[in-house]
Design a protein around this ligand. Structure first.
Ligand SMILES: *[C@@H]1O[C@H](CO)[C@@H](O)[C@H](O)[C@H]1NC(C)=O
Ligand SMILES: *[C@@H]1O[C@H](CO)[C@@H](O)[C@H](O)[C@H]1NC(C)=O
Ligand SMILES: CC(=O)N[C@H]1CO[C@H](CO)[C@@H](O)[C@@H]1O
Length: 430
């Protein structure tokens, strides 16, 4: 026993990488058939601890390769090279409804990988591991620059890839929770695309005036990208998730200022009062949110379900007028967003208008609303405060952990390819 304990070798390669990069975890120098538990432990910036673990049995040469060997139990099972990340969950006794979101992208997500003897499911914290390795997972690659933007009344952060540029650009919009959320934009810049995270629901100007922004706010953000010396002004895309999709589709079709190259929409809808202000869109969509349920724990489940697709054309962005490629990413078990048939209706509108060749739909079964970068731990529901509301609710996002995690990996890769194809594509010379 003592001999095993002194000799176990654990390696994680790379031990420092991007959050969407795969790693290989190897345990070596244990006895053939030795049973062990590999644990991942992470403490978030908010102080909450997250844990994942899996049971393995060493092969005849005394090795476990997590990329090839099956987990026999734990927070995931089967061969899952990245299971120790996507199956991370709050440690027992944590407050319910936590969702992992990186706040300071200038520091890595730090994960401690440890090996314990035997197949264990609890009490690991009280034990001494046989071996341990600290792993850094970064949203910002070396050389990526983070630039806070306050000009033109904007609340935004621009991430520039490493190198002199010029780079293509993306305007990156999150959903109804507001705030400046930087991690996806940082990761896009790590893949060679200048990306601006834009707070459009809770920016400084809204806090000061109490009024929501109008279309010119997005056009100003676009202008900052367009004029930037390190960005190709003619190669700019827009990306939106959830409510960010409503804005993206609206600007892509109707803005006379923004000349986008392509757009990506993750689980959102074209249904909205087309001539309405952001306030009006917000309250229109909230009418559909009336269906609330209360769990045993007395948490309100906030469901923004089933807005019927209106027939009134003034209530839908006319995607038949789109002139740029559009990628729709759809979680088929989305329990949150309105307009169940939204993607289908958009497809039909584009077919009727003869521009459906511009549309790509990625649709994922058993996948929820929050399609995040690869290996982001899955949250079927979480605490959520809608911008402008004081009430914290428990929002049900939907999805099932394995399918959702696979979808995140696949969708991210395809989204990056879509952006690169359309933004680097050789339609004008440089
Ligand atoms: C044990 O696993 C290691 C790593 O995957 C591999 O190189 C080795 O060939 C395996 N040994 C046997 C006997 O299967
Ligand atoms: C572990 O598995 C990965 C993925 O199959 C493979 O690339 C790597 O070479 C393996 N490592 C060893 C030491 O066998
Ligand atoms: C824009 C988009 O594709 N939204 C989809 C998000 O998921 C729901 C539920 O499956 C779809 O109905 C929406 O169309």
């Amino acid at each position: 026993m003592d001999r095993k304990q002194c000799c176990v070798k654990l390696s994680v390669q790379p031990s420092r990488g991007l959050v969407d990069e795969k790693f290989i975890i190897l345990v070596q120098k244990v006895f053939p058939g030795f049973q062990l538990t590999i644990q991942a432990l992470h403490t978030c910036e908010d102080g909450h601890s997250w844990e994942a673990f899996a049971h393995y049995t060493a092969n005849a040469t005394g090795t476990v390769n997590v990329s090839e060997d099956p987990s026999l139990g734990g927070t995931y099972s089967g061969v899952e090279p990245m299971g120790l990340l996507w199956s991370l969950r709050p440690v027992p006794g944590s407050k319910p409804g936590l969702r992992m979101r990186k706040i300071n992208v200038q520091t890595p997500m730090v994960v401690k990988i440890s090996v314990y003897q035997g197949h264990q499911t609890e009490g690991l914290v009280d034990q001494v591991p046989l071996a341990g390795v600290v792993v850094e997972r970064w949203y910002m690659a070396p050389g990526v620059a983070r630039i806070p933007i306050t000009e033109d009344g904007l609340t935004a952060t621009l991430f520039l890839p490493s190198g002199p540029g010029p780079f293509p650009g993306v305007l990156d919009l999150w959903g109804g929770g507001g705030k400046l959320v930087e991690y996806r934009a940082a990761l896009l810049a790590s893949h060679g695309i200048a990306a601006m995270a834009l707070d459009y629901l809770t920016p400084k100007v809204v806090r000061e005036t109490g009024k929501m922004v109008d279309n010119t706010y997005f056009e100003k953000a676009y202008g900052v990208l367009e004029r930037h010396p390190q960005i190709f002004g003619s190669r700019i895309a827009m990306l939106g998730l959830s409510f960010g999709t409503s804005v993206t589709l609206r600007m892509a079709v109707y803005s006379k200022v923004m000349k986008l190259r392509c757009a990506v929409c993750i689980n959102g809808s074209h249904v909205q009062p087309v001539d309405g202000s952001l306030e009006q869109i917000f309250s229109y969509l909230n009418e559909g949110a009336a269906k609330t349920q209360v769990t045993k724990e007395n948490h309100v489940i906030w469901r923004n379900l089933v807005l019927p697709i209106p027939t009134d054309p003034s209530l839908k962005v006319d995607v038949g007028r789109l002139q740029i490629p559009l990628l729709l990413v759809v979680g088929e078990d989305d329990q949150n967003w309105a307009a169940q048939e939204s993607a289908l209706d958009m497809k039909e509108m584009m077919e009727r208008a003869g521009n459906s060749h511009l549309l790509t739909v990625l649709s994922y079964p058993n996948t929820g609303h929050l399609i995040e970068p690869p290996f982001t731990p899955f949250a079927r529901f979480s605490n959520f405060r809608s911008a402008g509301s004081s009430a914290m609710v428990m929002a049900l996002w939907g999805g099932e952990v394995v399918a959702h995690s696979r979808a995140q990996e696949d969708a991210w890769r395809k989204m990056l390819n879509f952006l690169k194809e359309n933004l680097y594509g050789c339609t004008d010379s440089h």
